[in-house]
Write a protein that binds this ligand. Sequence first.
Ligand code: ZN
Length: 512
Amino acid sequence: MTAERWEQYASDAFQNLFREVQRFTRYVYILHLLSWDQETYMPPGGTEARARQISTLASLVHQEASSPRIGELLAQAEADAQAQGWPPDSDGMGFLREFRRRYDRMTKVPVEWVRAFTQLTSEAQVAWRQAKAESNFARFAPYLKRIVDMKREYAQFFAPYDHIYDPLLDEFEPGMKTAEVQAVFDRLREVQVPLIQTIRERPQVSDEVLYRPFPVDKQRAFVREVLAHIGFDFHRGRVDESAHPFTTSFSINDVRLTIRTAERDFFRQALYSGLHEMGHGLYVQGVDPAYEETPLMGGASLGVHESQSRLWENLVGRSRAFVHWLLPRLQAAFPGTIDDVDVETLYRAINRVEPSYIRIEADEVTYNLHIMLRFELEVALLEGRLQVEDLPQAWNERMQAYLGLTPPDDAHGVLQDIHWSQGALGYFPTYTLGNVMSVQIWERMAQDIPDVDAKMQAGQFQDVLAWLQEHVYRPGAKFPPKDLLRRVTGQALNPEPYLAYLRRKFGEIYGF
Ligand code: ZN
């Protein structure tokens, strides 16, 4: 039945292209399997062989997928689609639009540039690791300088553009412009910086309960039980462990999440990162099965993906209703550990706001400031307004302005994230875009499910999941992210619902 969905398009070029793209997509998902194994079960001795396997297969995919023959098939299929008047929101048009975007990205960037950049970033990651261990930015600076120079070159392959950062951003959030991100971030900054200041002046909330000892075997079982109860399909997915939690997939029917376990950090490392990754996983499991092995199977963008991980982690997982449902289950699973804790205590503990140096430990209120700082510095570097050697100082000044903190050293400041050494400039903003979208989507959903809090408190998540599947997950990458957001919410990207949510929730917790 799913094959018929694609066979209806009466274009030989399209049918040939479709079969070719299915083949590349299979390779790409084999690459996912190699990387997943590397992060979970591979013994350290496998590192070098695995790197060779990944780079051989990746260059094979690139070579085949960007070949002129594929370009000819694509152009012919587009001409057929136009001549035959395929509806703009048809699967066939979605396929052509998304594959065109990828094909252009692959072919506009010269192979020599890709090779040089891959070489540079693999050396840069080694230098970054040493620099971070020694807290010595000067060791990493020459590499970052070359990465910035090469990214400026990269932008030129996509000229003309409105802003030099646009082509970098577009790689992760198709169609999004730097000016739009700046406008949203300006508004968030205006509200969130004073909000953090207000919270700092209020009596602190205790989160002592979060750091009590929870046996790790029971943590693993508990997280799986919660995820299965909410609706993560273990027949089509697994949960394993890795140093940094992530989600990947080898098929719509084989989705892999990872968590981390630590006896005295159950909530953050295992439970809430499990809910976060589950959000990514539910998205993939919810994509239209007909999109298997096509460019439409991955989701609309990183920002939309993050909106779903944040939605399940924060709007569901950190809600009072969820804690009502969760607490008795925790008390039953971990007897004697939190018998003395009530719903309010746990709710306040998991929502404690505390500015810190480290992004990945940030709470809902401070997180966006960490992202803003990185985005602003990336833009300044690309524009040439900021030099790499001045970066640590610029970082520390912004940390002070936004969070009232100065990192003790560069390891806890400008060197904390691996991303720049991997060449991922333009990527960070998708986290904040995800936060903003998550509340827009949630509020639209709540119009259709007015008793959503009562349902969550009773442990009934199926209506929420079904609504998200129908509106957000099922279309996969068929629509560009901006179109999808408008279809789902009736609005363009808008930070106001998110800001209102923060003020309401944290105003109540901190009493202002
Ligand atoms: Zn995520």
